[in-house]
Design a protein around this ligand. Structure first.
Ligand SMILES: N[C@@H](CCC(=O)N[C@@H](CS)C(=O)NCC(=O)O)C(=O)O
Length: 343
């Protein structure tokens, strides 16, 4: 009966001239991924906590986990990812040219990037802001004390632009020392060629932890001078793939909200909560709407854990980076992560 009503509603919608479309297939990117048996993911060349390869070439990090969750959802195997390390300059061309299926690489969403690169932002996976690191012995306590000082920065980033804006807005006449490669920028800072190094606060924590001879000799100043909402991007022109990336990430966040974890996802399949049933495909098949199967999200959660588990493991207070959840907590726990409903 209900089915009949739905059919009638669709018929009425079509008769009214509206376009009703259910994906007959899940888009050319997913087709290509299926036929090659791998998701090709553009990642950072090496940013501890977000994307780095160990000595065996095994990649890990928050950005890497997004690739793994998507591979689990679409190919039933989180290992079926080819990682393409990209520096700041290379990243957008690699996505535009089709070299990678998605770019999951500490990339800030901005109007210019959204409107001029032929790319789409998907979901924010990390709410960040730009900060400064200085040697502890410099005794600098605030970014406002950087007047006329040199600051090392990498080109091709929002960082470079924000630094100029911040300097202008505060009359600081900061002297940017610009490098194309991150190793050159951090190397110059650690060699004392600049009084400060600037990048996303998460990047500062990562660089200090991994590259400083003694992390205690460097302090991260309290000011954040920008908003840096970071997340994966996809090419325009394939709405189905855009939808898959968007909903896998949203699903990981929704899983945290509803207490579905890597450890309990199998038992949760017998939950009586309709929201959890929907997420795990035991009552409704949401996967069908995305061109996937009904266990798409259950597999993603099993592969990486929910968003909170991903955060804790890679960058959270108990990890080497030791970053508090802050803005990246769920909306009902004091943060701004507000997953769209899986419904
Ligand atoms: N979120 C900023 C900055 C991203 C960025 O590329 N940061 C640098 C400094 S931490 C980086 O990751 N460099 C690594 C590389 O280029 O290989 C953006 O999207 O422009």
């Amino acid at each position: 009966m209900f089915h009949r009503v739905q059919k009638l509603a669709v018929a009425a919608f079509v008769a009214a001239g509206a376009a009703v479309s259910f994906p007959a297939y899940a888009g050319k990117t997913l087709d290509a991924i299926k036929s090659r048996g791998q998701v090709v993911c553009g990642v950072n060349t090496g940013l501890a906590g977000f994307s780095q390869a160990d000595s065996n070439g095994k990649w890990s990090g928050l950005d890497v986990d997004m690739c793994r969750a998507i591979a689990a959802a679409v190919l039933s195997d989180p290992e079926k990812v080819k990682y393409v390390p990209l520096n700041a300059q290379q990243r957008f061309t690699a996505l535009q040219s089709g070299e990678v299926d998605l770019l999951s690489r500490n990339t800030t969403f901005t109007l210019t990037r959204d409107a001029s690169l032929g790319l789409h932002m998907t979901v924010v996976t990390y709410f960040d802001g730009q900060g400064f690191m200085v040697p502890t012995k410099s005794k600098i306590k605030s970014a406002k004390q950087l007047k006329n000082q040199t600051v090392c920065v990498q080109s091709g980033t929002t960082t470079e632009k924000n630094l100029t804006d911040y300097s202008k807005a505060n009359g600081l006449a900061i002297k940017p020392v610009v490098f194309e490669k991150v190793e050159a920028a951090t190397g110059a800072y650690f060699a004392g060629r600049c009084i400060a190094y600037t990048t996303d606060a998460s990047g500062l924590a990562s660089v200090r932890n991994k590259e400083a001879k003694n992390p205690a000799e460097h302090v991260i100043l309290p000011e954040l001078i920008s908003k840096e909402p970071l997340g994966p991007m996809v090419r325009r022109g394939d709405d189905e793939w855009f939808g898959i990336v968007k909903w896998v990430i949203t699903g990981l966040q929704e899983a945290e909200e509803y207490g579905v974890t890597q450890g309990n996802v199998d038992q949760m399949a017998s939950s009586t909560d309709p929201v959890i049933q929907r997420m795990l495909g035991t009552n409704e098949d949401t996967g069908k709407l995305l061109g996937l199967d009904k266990a798409w999200l259950a597999r993603a959660i099993k592969a990486t854990g929910n968003y909170g588990e991903i955060f804790e493991r890679n960058v959270g207070p108990k990890s080497a980076l030791g970053i508090p959840r802050g803005l990246n907590n769920l909306w009902n726990k004091g943060g701004v992560v507000y997953p769209m409903p899986i419904r």
